[in-house]
Design a protein around this ligand. Structure first.
Ligand code: G3P
Length: 485
């Protein structure tokens, strides 16, 4: 790589957009964040403004990139929140409605109808995922039913449906495209052939003409346009789903790597096809030097649990993290705000707060939230272990991992070593790693050699205490799922 070359990476997430500039040695030389809003117009509904998302990308890039350095950017990498869906007019580029968030539950009824009709096994066999409102397919149905109920405009090719990668790439102009890992999270893609599947399109009533062309992760994407000060025409070399990008940054192609990303929700992932476990998803991880499948469990509310508490008390999340450090108690939170994802996949689960006394304080709730995060992660790791073998070391990334208390709680709850990456923004770095690789700026062995350092946390409680805590947690999960027990 020429010494002065730079890679720009953008991570478009649920609560913010991050941008990083990475130099030839893989060092981050500049970074910026632009915040984002979301709205809940009805219980269970979660929306964002697609135009605001695009503006946040522009804002993050403008603050990150010094105009003097902009011409040294050789490649752009993009990592995006997954499953969230936008419907827009192909000619004007204007969204017809809101971005329906991956967290959104408005299609719960439609999900139950399909399940009652016996469609679940077919959907899982083709897509690799359980029927659940989190995936884009049911959202596609809702958006089309609302804005084009006869599917007339969709069939005529006048409308575009796309996940966030596709939406952002459409801002650059050119063909309607999506990256294969993001496409697999729509539940409309056949995870083996990596093509839209006619049977799924029929089932979810999505005309093929409304969908983008599926492109490999380092495929042929439109070049940058309108992202000042980055020169128009700068190539986009890689696009990845955010969880997949974090896996890539852990050099997750190596056998035995299992990672947990702590974002608004969480994703626990390892490379592999997942066997037949009904509690996990089979997902296309990426197609960088060939297609790779991952086995994944998605948790709906991890960071969201803390930000919900912070909103409730009108304080910063950091205040809660500090107070949690001094608290312990019998309080339990099961944050099933929009049902529970892996390993339960129960959209009817309800959030539960229990064990409070008159002595309960804010710090006890914060501590309960940290424990809920750690237990949910461990629930998935325990199931994943049946597929990928014993997990001795769990690699962790994401903003919340700055909390040493959370990392220690994770090690105690899991009874495993927990490795915290020194760099929290691994989704962004993974996009940079893949983009630089595609541009020929470095190789896979280079990436393995320069792996970011981790610090390790070791379990400090014994097996008996851990087993008792896990039982208490599972009792609380049962209370959150009255219909299932
Ligand atoms: O599957 C949803 C996930 O991609 C969202 O990630 O980081 O925005 O919580 P994040």
């Amino acid at each position: 790589m020429a010494d002065g070359s730079l890679v720009l990476a953008v991570d478009q997430g649920t609560s913010s957009t991050k941008a990083l500039l990475v130099d030839a040695g893989g060092q981050v030389v500049a970074r910026a964040v632009a915040p984002l809003s979301e709205r809940q117009p009805q219980p269970g509904w979660v929306e964002q403004d697609a135009v605001e998302l695009w503006q946040s990308v522009r804002a993050a890039v403008a603050s990150c990139v010094d105009p003097v350095l902009a011409h040294r950017i050789e490649a752009v990498g993009l990592s995006t929140q997954r499953e969230s869906l936008v419907l827009w007019d192909r000619r004007t580029g204007e969204p017809l409605g809101p971005l329906v968030s991956w967290q959104d539950q408005r299609t719960n009824g439609a999900c139950h109808e399909l399940a009652a009709a016996g469609s679940g096994p077919l959907v899982r066999a083709i897509s690799g995922m359980p029927l659940d409102p989190m995936f884009s397919a049911l959202k596609a149905g809702w958006l089309l039913d609302t804005y084009d109920p006869q599917r007339r405009r969709a069939k005529a090719g006048e409308l575009c449906l796309g996940t966030v990668d596709s939406w952002l790439l459409s801002r650059f102009g050119g063909e309607h495209v999506t990256e294969v890992g993001n496409a697999s999270r729509t539940q409309l893609l056949n995870s083996d052939t990596r093509r839209w599947d006619e049977r799924l399109l029929d089932l979810f009533a999505v005309p093929a003409a409304v969908l983008p062309r599926v492109v490999a992760s380092c495929g042929d994407f439109p070049a940058v346009r309108g992202l000042a000060p980055v020169p128009d025409g700068t190539p986009v070399r890689a696009v990845l789903g955010d969880s997949h990008a974090a896996m890539f940054a852990h050099a997750g192609w190596r056998p035995g790597v299992v990672k947990a990303t702590y974002g608004t929700g969480s994703s626990v992932m390892a490379i592999g096809d997942g066997g037949d476990s009904p509690r996990l998803c089979r997902t296309v991880a990426w197609d960088v030097t060939g297609p790779v499948l991952a086995v994944e469990g998605n948790i709906r509310a991890t960071g969201r649990t803390l930000s919900w508490l912070a909103d409730l008390f009108g304080v910063d999340v950091q205040v809660l993290l500090d107070e949690a450090a001094h608290a312990a108690g019998p309080v339990q939170i099961v944050p099933a705000f929009g049902g529970l994802g892996a390993p339960w996949w129960d959209p009817d689960a309800v959030a539960v707060l229990s064990g409070m006394t008159l002595a309960t304080r804010r710090g006890d709730l914060a501590a309960a939230a940290l424990h809920a995060i750690a237990h949910q992660i461990e629930d998935v790791v325990a199931v994943l272990e049946a597929t990928v073998g014993e997990v001795r070391l769990l690699l962790c990334d994401g903003g919340l991992t700055r909390s040493a208390r959370l990392m220690q709680t994770q090690a105690d709850v899991s009874g495993r070593r927990v490795g915290r990456s020194a760099e929290q923004d691994l989704s962004c770095l993974g996009a940079a790693d893949a983009a630089g690789l595609a541009a020929g700026l470095w190789s896979l062995p280079d990436l393995e050699r320069r792996l970011r350092p981790t610090d390790e946390y070791h379990p400090s409680t014994d097996h008996v205490a851990r087993a008792a805590e896990r039982t208490r947690w599972h009792d609380a999960v049962d209370r959150a799922r009255p219909a299932a027990v």
